[in-house]
Design a protein around this ligand. Structure first.
Ligand code: ADP
Ligand code: MG
Length: 613
């Protein structure tokens, strides 16, 4: 339960609304509790009329003042009028009580929606602060679950559960108060089955709770199963695995069906057993009350029995709600615990207390940097040192898995190295304001990600104020403008599931345009031409030469670009620098680079041959 305490500050924010809600709960219950008393009065006058009795029915100090005032008012009227006016009053009381019930829901349930909204924003904002490592260790499904499923379960606590608990307390308080006033003896009789009722509800509910947890888990399996089948439909079809997938699905849904039926059975005995016990309570109340009346008609009245039966009925719903209110609270606590786990995770990459914003000219240095991925223990960069002067063009080459992308990640401070130091213009990277740093770098990541948005919004992503001309210019530089022009709505074409499906190369080039439009002084390209054919690659590189003028560029590639003159080429293997120098120097060395270059030339020749044929 302690986990739910973290919600108290939300309750505090909405304290007036909550108090108002509680007031409405009290009012709706108050107006409801008056009707049994008035009904009791009506029954008494009817009985008296039938018996021709003269026992006074009007002076009864057990009634509420409002009821008593109404009764006093009716005293002088005829029998028929008394019954009629009582009936009308009962109707009015029901309407008033209903009106306050409406207001009660309007305040408390609306409050829970507002808290839900605040909480979602809180979690989302927190998610955005967490670092890459966090996202590597938690699945997207998990993150999604906590922000949607868990938060809605918590809402069941901040809304309905709170409302039912308050309602239960108020109903019990009011009815027991008036019951004891009317007849303490009958109160004990009427309430005697309640402990058994509470126990039954608790017992059955624990079973229901366990079963529904299991069903939740099965449902989640089933959804994952279905989701994977839809997203992997192309693979499934091409490997002719529809039957197998269907087999998995039926197996899972069979399991789900069995459990759901089991739950339905348990639930089926829940309400009948409550009804049975309530019936029992009504029965003994009528029996004992009736016997009392028979023995002493002067002091006991039939009306009291009617009044009690109504009280018992009034208690039925709140008491039977105890069970599921309890399980709602349990679930909410479990969900809040999961939410808190994430909220308490602190990003390992954080701004220094005295963060600085030095002008970044492109002077970058790595000194003996060593980096191991925390969760896998892979030592991706080893004793890496590099000096980059402003305006230099640096190429980093090496085979897959050699640590190239890791270096780009370190430059953007997605991770902090365990050893060594990275500096921008003499300032340690850890001191520089992270947002400022990232805003100063045009970065094209290796794995392209485009949003399900229009082409132009994807390009202007990091630069909201971009004009249409700037967008077109960037697209031209990235050699993707012509293709965009051929889309159905050109730059306003939607990308993704609801829009066009782009080829790998087109995606890469839009991603490049997105980086180019930023016009930052520092440019980092991570293998961003891998899915582009050689001809387009040449086009882009030709355009880039001019763009990169006066900028500092770190270009990561597994192909050698002869179109850009690099000031320095770094060859890395297994996280270490193995060769370093200019294109000509490296060719002379006749090592890894020269070998790679020769192989690439060969390939291009063959490609040319193929295209010529
Ligand atoms: P490259 O870009 O040269 O292909 P990377 O920098 O991506 O190489 O990877 C270097 C090494 O680090 C590889 O062994 C790879 O498996 C590992 N690695 C890369 N990214 C991660 C990550 N997010 N978590 C754990 N290990 C990683
Ligand atoms: Mg890479």
């Amino acid at each position: 339960m302690k986990h739910l305490a973290s919600l108290n500050r939300f309750f505090w924010n909405y304290r007036w609304r909550l108090l108002l809600g509680i007031l409405f709960v009290v009012l709706t219950n108050y107006f409801r509790i008056l009707s049994p008393q008035l009904t009791g009065y009506v029954v008494n006058i009817v009985v008296n009329k039938a018996d021709h009795s003269t026992v006074a029915t009007t002076h009864n100090n057990q009634n509420d003042i409002i009821v008593q005032a109404i009764i006093n008012h009716l005293e002088a009227k005829s029998f028929g009028e008394k019954v009629l006016w009582s009936g009308i009053t009962l109707l009015i009381l029901a309407v008033i009580s209903g009106f306050f019930m409406f207001l009660m829901r309007q305040t408390i349930i609306v409050m829970s929606r507002l808290i839900e909204y605040d909480q979602k924003n809180q979690v989302f904002t927190h998610y955005q602060q967490l670092d890459t490592n966090f996202y590597k260790t938690h699945s997207t499904g998990d993150l999604m679950n906590r922000i949607s499923e868990d938060i809605s379960r918590v809402r069941m606590y901040t809304g309905p559960a709170i409302m039912y608990v308050v309602n239960l307390a108020v109903t019990i308080g009011f009815s027991i108060y008036f019951m004891v006033k009317a007849s303490p003896r009958l109160t004990i009789v009427a309430l005697s089955p309640l402990p058994i009722l509470a126990f039954t509800i608790y017992f059955v509910n624990t079973i229901i709770h366990k079963k529904s947890e299991r069903i939740q888990a099965l449902l989640s399996d089933l959804t994952t199963n279905a989701q994977e089948s839809y997203s992997g439909i192309r693979v499934i079809k091409s490997f002719v695995q529809e039957r197998t997938m269907f087999g998995f699905f039926t197996k899972n849904s069979e399991e789900y069906r069995k459990n759901a039926l089991g739950l339905a059975k348990t639930e089926a005995i829940y309400f009948p057993s409550i009804a049975l016990l309530i019936g029992l309570s009504t029965l003994i109340t009528i029996m004992v009350g009736g016997l009392d009346y028979v023995h002493d008609p002067i002091h006991n009245k039939v009306g009291t029995i009617a009044e009690f039966v109504l009280y018992i009925q009034m208690l039925t719903f709140p008491v039977s709600a105890i069970g599921w209110t309890a399980s709602m609270i349990q679930r909410a606590a479990a969900s809040q615990k999961r939410i808190n786990e994430f909220l308490q995770t602190r990003p390992t990459i954080q701004n220094a207390i005295e963060k600085i914003k030095p002008p970044l000219t492109g002077n970058i240095s790595f000194t003996n940097v060593d980096f191991t991925y925390p969760h896998t223990g892979i030592n991706a960069v080893k004793n890496f040192s590099l000096q980059v002067a402003p305006g230099e063009k640096i190429a980093i080459v090496g085979r897959t898995g050699s640590g190239k992308s890791t270096i780009a990640q370190l430059l953007l401070r997605m991770y902090d190295p365990q050893k060594g130091m990275i500096m921008y213009d003499g300032a340690p990277l850890t001191k520089i304001d992270i947002e400022y740093l990232r805003s100063q770098i045009s970065y094209v990541p290796q794995d392209v990600f485009l949003f399900s948005e229009t082409v132009s919004n994807n390009i202007r992503f990091g630069y909201d104020d971009a004009t249409q001309e700037q967008i077109v210019k960037a697209a031209k530089q990235a050699s993707v403008h012509n293709e965009i022009e051929h889309f159905a709505h050109q730059y306003e074409t939607l990308i993704g599931e609801r829009g066009v499906t782009l080829s790998g190369g087109q995606k890469q080039r839009i991603s490049i345009a997105r980086a180019l439009i930023k016009e930052a002084k520092i440019v980092i390209f991570d293998d961003c031409l891998s899915a582009v054919d050689v001809k387009t690659e040449k086009e882009i590189l030709n355009g880039l030469n001019e763009y990169l003028d006066k900028k500092t560029a770190i270009i990561i590639t597994h192909r050698i670009f002869s179109l850009i003159t690099f000031d320095k080429i770094i060859v890395i293997d297994e996280g270490k620098i193995v060769e370093e120098g200019t294109h000509d120097q490296l060719l002379q060395k006749n090592g890894y680079y020269a070998d790679m270059y020769a192989r690439q030339q060969n390939q291009e020749d063959t490609n040319d041959d193929i295209s010529r044929n």
